[in-house]
Design a protein around this ligand. Structure first.
Ligand SMILES: [Zn+2]
Length: 304
């Protein structure tokens, strides 16, 4: 059986929100099978907000979730780490609205999950959303589509009016290992010329060279971790946003010039097009999708 997973124990970290600048403590807690990923605001009585697109909140320079006037923000990097490491069920507790940005990547969350929490298998099968026919969404010059495939693959291309970012493109088969090595460390990025505009709108108040790549007129103000760190971060973002369909996806996602608005609109469209996919318990090649596999970092820590 391709089993659902949760965390072995509760873990916490503290940081600041990228947009709010507020200090926040994040706790990840184990949860039962079929619970899914749900956020809780401990400062507001603990109302649960499931990480599904029906609870989508703000999508301006981040992805937020909302339910009954309670919201959480900047969930995408944490969701990417949980999804890519195959954590189907977890409680995410915050004592402030915004998930901590940490270093701007998903690597600190991977460390927290793999090295501190550990991963536990549950006695229920995981169900994947397997794509049967293409689903596509276009918004102006932005495009996103999902095609049938035997594994989760992502092709992303970006194009900005900046010398470093005229064109970057990458195709990746997403496994635990490839995510941890090639995607999780890629940091969020922003343009120096937009910082003042963002701050006037109450955004990026916690942003700094410690948690984002900042692009000046001709280049980055900080050292890059990968030459194409920008498109890798876009892949990270779309894996996080795609989590909001509620199941790990089997298909080939192709996106061009996307952002959180496009990614999340697409997650909603996927769920609407119920004839374009089916839920399956185990793919033919179980080594190929996000979680299973002996080579993974998490495998050594699995509880059997
Ligand atoms: Zn991001």
């Amino acid at each position: 059986m391709n089993a659902q997973r949760t965390l072995r124990r509760t873990v916490s970290c503290t940081g600041i929100g990228l947009h709010s600048g507020n200090k926040v403590t994040l706790s990840l807690k184990p949860a039962a099978a079929d619970y899914g990923i749900r956020f809780q605001r401990s400062d507001l009585g603990g109302l649960e907000i499931p990480a599904i697109v029906t609870h989508l909140g703000g999508i301006q320079y981040q992805t937020g979730l909302t339910r009954e006037a309670v919201s959480v923000e900047t969930v995408e990097h944490l969701l990417a780490a949980l999804t890519a490491l195959g954590i189907d069920n977890a409680i995410v507790e915050l004592n402030s609205p915004e998930v901590p940005i940490m270093d701007g990547s998903a690597a600190p969350f991977v460390h927290l999950i793999v090295n501190e929490a550990g991963v536990k298998k549950l006695a229920s099968p995981r169900r994947y959303l397997k794509v049967l026919r293409p689903i596509a969404l276009t918004q102006g010059d932005k495009r996103i589509a999902l095609y049938p495939a035997e594994h989760l693959k992502v092709t992303y291309s970006i194009s900005f009016d900046h010398p470093l970012l005229r064109h970057q493109s990458r195709t990746m088969r997403i496994s635990e290992e490839s995510f941890v090595e090639d995607i999780a460390p890629a940091r969020t990025f922003g343009f120096l010329k937009e910082v003042e505009m963002l701050r006037q709108r109450g955004l990026a108040l916690g942003g700094s060279l410690d948690n984002a790549i900042v692009l000046g007129e001709t280049g980055a103000l900080n050292a890059l971790r990968f030459e194409d760190e920008f498109v890798r971060h876009k892949i990270l973002d779309v894996i996080g946003d795609l989590t909001l369909v509620g199941h790990p996806v089997i298909g080939h996602l192709v996106a061009h010039r996307g952002g959180h608005a496009l990614h999340t609109a697409f997650a909603a469209k996927i769920l609407e097009e119920t004839d374009a996919w089916k839920l399956v318990e185990a793919p033919a090649d179980t080594d190929a999708v996000l979680v299973p596999g002996a080579r993974t970092l998490g495998a050594a820590r699995l509880a059997h």
